[in-house]
Ligand binder design. Structure first.
Ligand SMILES: NC(=O)c1ccc[n+]([C@@H]2O[C@H](COP(=O)([O-])OP(=O)(O)OC[C@H]3O[C@@H](n4cnc5c(N)ncnc54)[C@H](OP(=O)(O)O)[C@@H]3O)[C@@H](O)[C@H]2O)c1
Length: 322
C-alpha cells in the first residue's frame, strides 16, 4: 500500500508518499480502516522533525483517520466490515491503518468520511481541555488563543455549547471572522492589538474564568494578566516555540490554576474518549458542531501541506486523502 513516510527525520523534503509499505493486518482488539481522509495536525511537523514521541524512523505520519472498516481482529464486537468510522491512531496518513477498537468511534451520520478524518484528535483535545481540565461552567468567559487552529475551532463551538461566552484571538481578520462565525462573542488580533487590555475592557476588569493557550511565549505570559479570580489557564502547546516565564504572584493573587494538557501523554484509560466522542457525535448529527475544513489535499502533496501549516496559513483543518 502507499503511505506518508519519513525515512529519516528532517524538514519537509524528507516526506515521501511511498509505495510498497506493508499493509497492516488487525491484531486482537484492532480494526483495519480503509482510509478516506486523515487530518493534518500541528504535531505532524514535530514528528517529522523527530521531536515528538514515537519510535525511530522509518515511520508513517498521521494521528487520526476517517474511513470504512475493512476487517476486524479477534475480540472486536463493536464494529463490522463496512462501518463508517473515525479513529485517533498513529500512522493514519496511509491507504490503510490498524487502530485499537478503544480508539475507534462511529462516524457521525451525515458527515463525509473524508471530513470525519479530521474530527477525533482536535475535538477530543478541546473536549478534555474544557471539561476534564478546566471544568467549564455555564456563564464562564473563555479566552481561546489561535482560534482558527483545528483545536481552536473545536473549542469555540464546545465552549458555546456548554453555555460559556468566548473571546477569540488570532493573527488575521480572516481568522477572526471565522471565529465569529463559530460563535465567538468577541475577537482580538493578538499580533496587532494588546489582547490583555482588550480582555480587561471586555470583562470590565474582571478577567476570564478559562484560558486555552497553545502558543506559549509572550501570549502565555500576557495571558496571566487576563485570568480572573479562581480562573483556570490550560497550556497545551507551544506553537511559537518561545519560552515563557510566569510569576508566582500572578497566580496566587487571583487564586488561579495553571495546568497542562497532552492527549498523547495522558495515561492509558485515564480519559473517557468513548464517552466524550459519543456526546460529540450526537452534536455533529444535530448540526451543533461542525468540522471546519481549510482544504483537502492529496497525500502526495504532503510536503506542501506541512509548509501551509508552518506558514500559519490554515483556517481549520487540512485533510489528506490517499
Ligand atoms: N496537548 C495536546 O494534547 C494537543 C493536541 C492537539 C494539538 N495541540 C496543540 O494545539 C495547537 C493547535 O494544533 P492544531 O493542529 O489545531 O494547529 P493548527 O491548525 O496548525 O494551528 C496552529 C496555529 O497556531 C498559531 N501560531 C502561533 N504562532 C505560531 C507559529 N510561530 N507558527 C505556527 N503557528 C503559530 C497559528 O494561528 P495564528 O496565525 O492565529 O497565530 C496557527 O494557525 C498546536 O500548538 C498543537 O501543538 C495540543
Amino acid at each position: 500500500m502507499k503511505a506518508v513516510r519519513v525515512n529519516e527525520f528532517g524538514g519537509p523534503e524528507v516526506l515521501r508518499w511511498e509505495d510498497g509499505v506493508t499493509e497492516p493486518s488487525p491484531g486482537p482488539g484492532e480494526v483495519l480502516i480503509k482510509v478516506a481522509g486523515a487530518g493534518m495536525n500541528f504535531a505532524d511537523q514535530s514528528r517529522r522533525r523527530g521531536t515528538y514521541p514515537g519510535g525511530p524512523p522509518p515511520t508513517t505520519l498521521g494521528m487520526e483517520a476517517g474511513g470504512t472498516v475493512a476487517s476486524v481482529g479477534s475480540g472486536v464486537s463493536d464494529f463490522k466490515v463496512g462501518d463508517n468510522v473515525m479513529a485517533r491512531v498513529a500512522g493514519a496518513q496511509a491507504e490503510y491503518v490498524a487502530a485499537r477498537a478503544a480508539d475507534v468511534f462511529p462516524a457521525p451520520r451525515g458527515v463525509d468520511p473524508v471530513l470525519a478524518g479530521g474530527i477525533p484528535l482536535v475535538f477530543l483535545t478541546a473536549y478534555h481541555i474544557l471539561r476534564t481540565r478546566a471544568d467549564i461552567q455555564p456563564g464562564d468567559t473563555v479566552l481561546v488563543h489561535a482560534a482558527a487552529s483545528g483545536v481552536g475551532t473545536a473549542a469555540i463551538q464546545l465552549a458555546r455549547h456548554w453555555g460559556a461566552s468566548v473571546i477569540a484571538t488570532a493573527s488575521t481578520e480572516e481568522k477572526l471572522a471565522l471565529a465569529r462565525s463559530l460563535g465567538a462573542d468577541h475577537t482580538v488580533n493578538y499580533v496587532d492589538d494588546d489582547f490583555q487590555a482588550r480582555v480587561k475592557e471586555i470583562t470590565g476588569e474582571r478577567g476570564v474564568e478559562v484560558i486555552l493557550d497553545s502558543v506559549g511565549g509572550d501570549v502565555l505570559e500576557k495571558s496571566m494578566g487576563c485570568l480572573g479570580v479562581y480562573g483556570r489557564l490550560v497550556t497545551y502547546g507551544n506553537a511559537s516555540g518561545a519560552p515563557a516565564s510566569l510569576a508566582a504572584r500572578d497566580i496566587f493573587s487571583v487564586c488561579g490554576a495553571v495546568m497542562g494538557f497532552s492527549i498523547g501523554r495522558s495515561p492509558e484509560g485515564f480519559l473517557d474518549h468513548k464517552g466524550a466522542m459519543a456526546e460529540m457525535v450526537s452534536l455533529f448529527e444535530s448540526g451543533e458542531l461542525r468540522l471546519v475544513l481549510d482544504r483537502t489535499m492529496p497525500m502526495g502533496a504532503v510536503a506542501e501541506a506541512h509548509a501551509h501549516l508552518a506558514n500559519r496559513g490554515t483556517l481549520g483543518k487540512v485533510i489528506l486523502t490517499p
